[in-house]
Design a protein around this ligand. Structure first.
Ligand SMILES: [Zn+2]
Length: 190
């Protein structure tokens, strides 16, 4: 069964998280002392954390496939593209991330919840380009569905490869710029 690669999902997750991470305000607690001495700001830590969260959550739905990037580490023994690929699962994971954020990093509650919801939905949206249906409306509709009018992309197609390349360049550019700016402020790079 053709499916999107984990790399594509991870890149889209990072692309979803990047604008939210970069729009963070500066009102975050100071970083641990050692990191502060290295010139790493709390904002940079939060931005990196949100980027990592976006990548992780965008990979999460494929934990129902033993051969996926995440499924090889921990496999949820449910039907592939079943309940885990649904709006219901999106709501559950978003709720859990909100609870965790509220307990440990309440100042990042809104960005964390937003990144989780959007990164999870990005996976479902990207999977819709695949001809295989999924249980999007589980548990209300238990059958797997896919709108018939949607065009289907093949893995490793020219369209897919171009999208991957475009997203990669954008992400590397954004984070390269952020790193360069951070080092510039510390005086490491003039
Ligand atoms: Zn999937």
């Amino acid at each position: 069964m053709p499916r999107l690669t984990g790399k594509t999902h991870a890149l889209i997750g990072a692309a979803v998280a990047a604008p939210i991470a970069l729009s963070l305000g500066t009102a975050t607690p100071p970083p641990p002392v050692g990191l502060a001495q290295l010139g790493v700001s709390s904002n940079l830590l939060a931005e990196a954390g949100l980027g990592a969260l976006g990548v992780f959550v965008a990979l999460l739905p494929d934990c129902d496939h033993p051969g996926s990037m995440l499924g090889r580490q921990f496999h949820v023994p449910l039907e592939h593209r079943g309940p885990v690929h649904s709006f219901f699962a999106t709501a559950i994971w978003t709720g859990l991330s909100g609870l965790a954020a509220w307990k440990w990093v309440p100042w990042l509650l809104l960005p964390i919840v937003t990144v989780t919801a959007l990164a999870y939905l990005s996976h479902l949206a990207a999977d819709l380009t695949n001809p295989s249906p999924m249980a999007l409306l589980w548990p209300i509709v238990r059958d797997k569905v896919r709108p018939g009018w949607l065009p289907a992309l093949r893995e490793h197609s020219l369209g897919g490869a171009s999208l991957e390349a475009l997203v990669t360049v954008t992400i590397v550019g954004i984070f390269g710029y952020k790193l360069a700016t951070a080092f510039h402020h510390t005086g490491v790079v003039c």
